[in-house]
Design a protein around this ligand. Structure first.
Ligand SMILES: Nc1ncnc2c1ncn2[C@@H]1O[C@H](COP(=O)(O)OP(=O)(O)O)[C@@H](O)[C@H]1O
Ligand SMILES: O=C(CO)[C@@H](O)[C@H](O)COP(=O)(O)O
Length: 463
């Protein structure tokens, strides 16, 4: 039996699944935590990967491995391949001013036309501009720039040669200096941001073997959302992922071109595209609400389900990390509409779930405005484990919600890519044993919840 390993090096943790390459049956798994914070020494990801692989029983008997990871993070390397400074993650908003400058210099239409997306603080290109302006010495020492999954793939291969750095289209498309239509880097945009050219990872095709670790082939890997899309075989369904980030995406034959900046024109992991909308506030909104109420996440879910839709007028505006969609990097969260009568633990719990979901519903609207049909959604990510989220989501989204058994969809997608690399077929393997059929949640739409949220959230912009 051939085995494949898939890795998800995500914001909060590193997860590994080892599956049967032919059927997709889960054989072993492991995980390890990442540190908190939006600036992280990449060595800590490497340590976590080692721990997660060890917990999964190692990869000595594995035939192929692929690494997926959080998108956009800026990993700068010097001439010797050493990390120049801690990586700035996708949810670090210090480059919001740099993003605004880059958009003003060239115009939003230019950006969406050139690279499919109008950069916000999450994009690598804005972090490089921030580096050039605030840490010019570190910018000058930057010989190569890569992304979290590229760096881990390189480390796993054992190479120290910068020329061996490799990425894939999906993650390259989140940099802000790669055009997924031509599959070419826009070095002019890299130079505009960093102040000089730099070595960038080679962009490998979706099924290229890019190296070896022991006897195992290494696949090109992917950005985490693209890996989830590959793992789910979601067809035309729209996916809502509720991890640290909240993302909404769907496969498409065309690169998005949204000059409003709401929809990012990313590439997927199969050679197509993945229009995507992303918030900074998803699962951690529920973590924060549970902390405030002094309850577990399961208790938070029970409380939320005891309150009526609309939480008797309480609105939780969820901009706890600032926000990316809408682009409000300096905003903060708020509890709105409290009265003596509605100030209950149940309403607060419900408002947290509804607030997070209303943020995602706006993302669904943005995707739909780009021509993507939103007839039902597939729910994944850590917060999709919450029963309250599963039951309330269809009423906020206004469409049925398909929820799978809890699992590691990004790591699964990376494993499926590894199996594809191994068998070299024209299409990814059909993994009959991988996914139990999703459970469908339906509920009458509750548009007044979104209306009340819209009224409340507008009062807290940039505060
Ligand atoms: N039962 C649950 N209810 C709500 N949130 C949950 C539950 N289980 C896990 N989570 C949350 O999911 C998040 C982690 O999800 P994950 O998709 O792994 O995030 P990331 O990929 O960004 O690291 C954490 O914030 C965690 O608290
Ligand atoms: O920035 C984006 C997508 O553009 C995020 O989706 C990151 O890729 C982080 O993902 P999670 O760790 O939240 O899954």
């Amino acid at each position: 039996m051939a085995l494949v390993a898939g890795v998800d090096s995500s914001t909060q943790s590193c997860k590994v699944v080892i599956r049967d390459a032919e059927t997709g049956r889960l054989v072993r798994q492991g995980r390890a935590n990442h540190p908190d914070g939006t600036e992280v020494d990449p060595e800590l990801w490497w340590t976590a990967l080692g721990e997660a692989l060890a917990e999964a029983g190692g990869i000595e008997d594995v035939d192929a491995v692929s690494i997926a990871g959080q998108q956009h993070g800026m990993v700068c390397l010097d001439e010797q391949g050493r990390v120049v400074r801690p990586a700035l993650l996708w949810n670090d908003t210090r480059s919001a001013g740099a993003a605004a400058d880059l958009v003003t210099e060239l115009g939003p239409e230019f950006w969406s036309g050139a690279v499919g997306s109008v950069p916000v603080a999450s994009f690598t290109v804005t972090k490089l501009r921030w580096l050039a302006e605030h840490e010019p010495e570190a910018a000058a020492r930057t010989t190569a720039v890569c992304l979290p999954h590229d760096w881990l793939t390189w480390k796993l291969s054992g190479s120290t040669d910068l020329a061996a750095l490799v990425t894939d289209r999906s993650d390259a498309s989140g940099t802000g200096y790669f055009d997924g239509r031509t599959n070419q880097y826009r070095r002019d945009l890299l130079e505009r941001a960093l102040g000089h050219d730099a070595l960038l990872p080679r962009v490998a095709g979706p099924v290229a073997a890019v190296g070896r670790v022991g006897d195992a082939m290494i696949g090109p890997g992917a950005g985490d959302n693209a890996a989830a899309s590959l793992g789910l075989s979601a067809g035309d369904d729209v996916v809502v992922s509720l991890g640290t980030s909240g993302t909404v995406f769907a496969r498409s034959a065309q690169q998005a071109d949204d000059a409003s900046g709401l929809v990012a024109g990313f590439a997927d992991a199969t050679g197509a595209f993945l229009p995507l909308v992303c918030t900074l506030n998803a699962a951690r909104v529920l973590d924060a609400a549970a902390r405030m109420l002094g309850v577990s996440l399961d208790e938070l879910s029970n409380l939320a389900l005891k309150a009526a839709a609309g939480a008797q007028g309480v609105v939780f505006v969820p901009y706890l990390e600032g926000e990316r969609t809408p682009n409000l990097p300096d905003s903060s969260g708020a509890l709105h509409g409290l009265t003596l009568a509605n100030s209950t633990r149940e309403n607060l719990a419900r408002a947290a779930v509804e607030g997070m979901l209303c943020g995602m519903a706006a993302c669904l609207d943005a995707l739909s405005a780009q021509g993507v049909a939103v007839e039902k959604v597939r729910l994944i990510g850590g917060a999709a484990r919450s029963e309250a989220v599963r039951q309330i989501a269809p009423s906020v989204f206004g469409v049925p919600v398909l929820a799978l058994e809890p699992g590691e969809r990004v790591a699964d997608g990376a494993a499926r890519q590894a199996a594809w690399v191994l068998n070299g077929d024209t299409a990814p393997p059909l993994w009959t044993e991988q996914l139990a059929p999703p459970k469908c949640f339906e509920a009458p739409a509750s548009p007044w919840v979104r209306e009340r949220y819209a009224e409340a959230s507008v009062k807290y912009l940039n505060r």
